[in-house]
Design a protein around this ligand. Structure first.
Ligand code: SF4
Length: 540
């Protein structure tokens, strides 16, 4: 399906945000204003993308009859750490009649808005509105403002109902769809729920044969895992899961401008053999799928300086140690995306240190042993302490510990246990705590658990900061933003409309709280239960 109207690079954008920010810029001191003016004079949106392209290995540059913009609602630095995004990029470009290019959220959204500059494809520099399909990859509930920004900057109406026949259809995919895609309903034409690889071929067939947007949706209707809000309302299909035959998924582009700098990504396993009650990747919903060791290693290119083994439970993959040994023997650095403390021993940690690890990162996932047991997190305090000892012995410099707080039934005693435990760890080596309030996700046993509340979480964070000040570094998701995430992860389509309102009103916490005031809190959970769509919560 070709886009019958091409929209120029200098898209006109709605002005509500521009006005607010222009006002803010007037308050800048004179020197800063002068500097800003000078920077703007030399501002060139193509310079940044050319600079990024020059530092990439693996870029696919091609033209074809049908063009797809693969949109990432976060800046380049984050986008290029997403293996799923890279996999879809390669899969789509394997089809001769399709050219897929990347469009990421600009680093300087405000400057783009001030200049009425549309987001540009990294490969060709074409404006976003120029493509036949906009395919968004969304990882996280709070990526929705970035989604709004990209459409708005491209002068494409955010609400589906306001778009015209000449606007490209908007497709949603990515990890968020395995949890709750409903809030995106008013803005998208269709979504692929779960593992996107399964629907790609059928969707591309539908796109290429379609004569109009309606025809495209009619052809896509019935593809397993495809949700079309206009036709299906709130009936979201079950989450699609690939079989082991689709693995390993491997990266395409290596660059130093990303969180996983100069790292070739390979997904050595998908799913998990464990049953943690808060987790979307637990065995019941996402069983462990493991490709053969040789099938994984075969994909690692000679030129890659570092190799990142990705997967929710990659330290459980039977081939992980041999894979690390072989990659290190090739002279490459390694990364492992998740380490279970009870899988670690001297040999494993030594391999990590030889592969360049300086920080041992493990998840406790609850402040006390009692709560870890309650959440079926089969990790003991002794495993975590052992991870710290092994890391120290291997010469690592830091221990990073991820902990969930605000768990149902959590008491002051549980937090006291975390404080004592952190002191014990920091006596061994410098320790950092990464604290996240529990945000109950649909498709998990805790999907109907309450959110602890902003004041409760704040009180816990305050206590931890006070009692661990000078003992450990503490980083936390703010209680307020965890609440916003909770509302989006449990919300229905009206939560998406509220998010749009919050974004229009500046996107601060107050704007979100006001916009959410009239929205049903657990609409998605209720819809899932009402239509018996899929197990939304409480499953064992
Ligand atoms: S938290 Fe980790 S170990 Fe637990 S189910 Fe999820 S991926 Fe598996």
């Amino acid at each position: 399906m070709k886009n019958p109207r091409q929209v120029g690079t200098h898209a006109l954008v709605s002005s509500h945000k521009g006005k607010r920010r222009q006002g803010a810029s007037k308050r800048l001191p004179r020197g800063a204003r002068k500097l800003q003016r000078e920077q703007r004079r030399g501002w060139d949106p193509h310079a940044r993308r050319k600079e990024l392209l020059a530092e990439e290995t693996g870029t696919i540059v091609r033209t074809a009859q049908t063009s797809i913009a693969l949109c990432y609602p976060n800046p380049y630095h984050t986008a290029m750490s997403s293996l799923g995004y890279q996999v879809i990029y390669r899969m789509m470009n394997e089809r001769p009649s399709i050219a897929a290019e990347r469009v990421v959220l600009p680093d300087d959204v405000d400057e783009y808005r001030r200049r009425r500059q549309a987001p540009l494809a990294i490969e060709s520099g074409r404006p976003l509105s120029d493509f036949d399909l906009l395919a968004f990859s969304v990882a996280y509930d709070l990526d929705i403002p970035g989604f709004f920004d990209l459409l708005d900057l491209a002068n494409i109406p955010i609400l589906r109902s306001e778009r015209q026949a000449y606007h490209p259809p908007v497709l949603l995919g990515g990890p968020l769809t395995a949890s709750n895609a409903l809030p995106f309903g008013p803005f998208i034409d269709l979504a692929v729920i779960g593992d996107g690889e399964l629907a790609v071929a059928a969707l591309l067939d539908a796109l290429e044969k379609a004569t109009s947007r309606e025809d495209f949706l009619a052809r896509a209707d019935g593809i397993p895992g495809v949700w079309i809000p206009e036709l299906h309302g709130d009936r979201v299909p079950p989450v699609q899961k690939v079989t082991v035959g689709a693995l390993p998924a491997v990266g395409q582009i290596v660059t130093r401008h990303t969180e996983l700098s100069n790292m070739f990504l390979v997904e050595a396993s998908r799913g998990c053999p464990r049953f943690c009650k808060f987790c979307l990747v637990r065995n019941k919903e996402s069983p462990m799928r493991e490709p053969e060791l040789e099938a994984v290693l075969r994909h690692i290119p000679e030129w890659a300086p570092r190799v990142g083994f990705v997967g929710a439970a990659v330290s459980e993959w039977s081939g992980i140690r041999e894979a690390l040994r072989r990659v290190i023997a090739m002279g490459k650095g390694v990364g492992v995306s998740s380490l279970r403390a009870d899988r670690l021993d001297e040999e494993f940690v030594d391999l990590l240190a030889r592969g360049g690890y300086k920080t041992m990162t493990v998840a406790s996932d609850a402040p006390s042993q009692r709560l870890r047991n309650q959440m079926a997190k089969a990790i003991k305090t002794r495993h975590l302490l052992n991870a710290a000892r092994l890391a120290k012995a291997a010469g690592m410099k830091k221990l990073k510990l991820y902990v969930i707080i605000g768990i149902p039934g959590e008491t002051d005693d549980d937090i006291s246990e975390l404080i004592e435990f952190t002191k014990e760890c920091s006596a061994l080596m410098p320790t950092a705590l990464g604290l996240s309030p529990l945000v109950p996700k649909l498709h998990t046993p805790l999907g109907d658990a309450p959110f602890a509340g902003v004041s409760t979480v704040d009180r816990t964070l305050k206590r931890l900061r006070k009692e661990l000040g000078g003992v450990a570094e503490i980083r936390s998701t703010s209680a307020k933003w965890a609440w916003v995430e909770y509302r989006m992860s449990q919300g229905g389509q009206d939560a998406g409309l509220a998010a749009l309102q919050a974004w229009k009103n500046g996107g601060g916490y107050r704007a979100w709280a006001d916009a959410m005031a009239s929205v049903e809190e657990r609409a998605a959970l209720e819809k899932a239960n009402q239509f018996a769509l899929w197990p939304a919560a409480g499953m064992r």
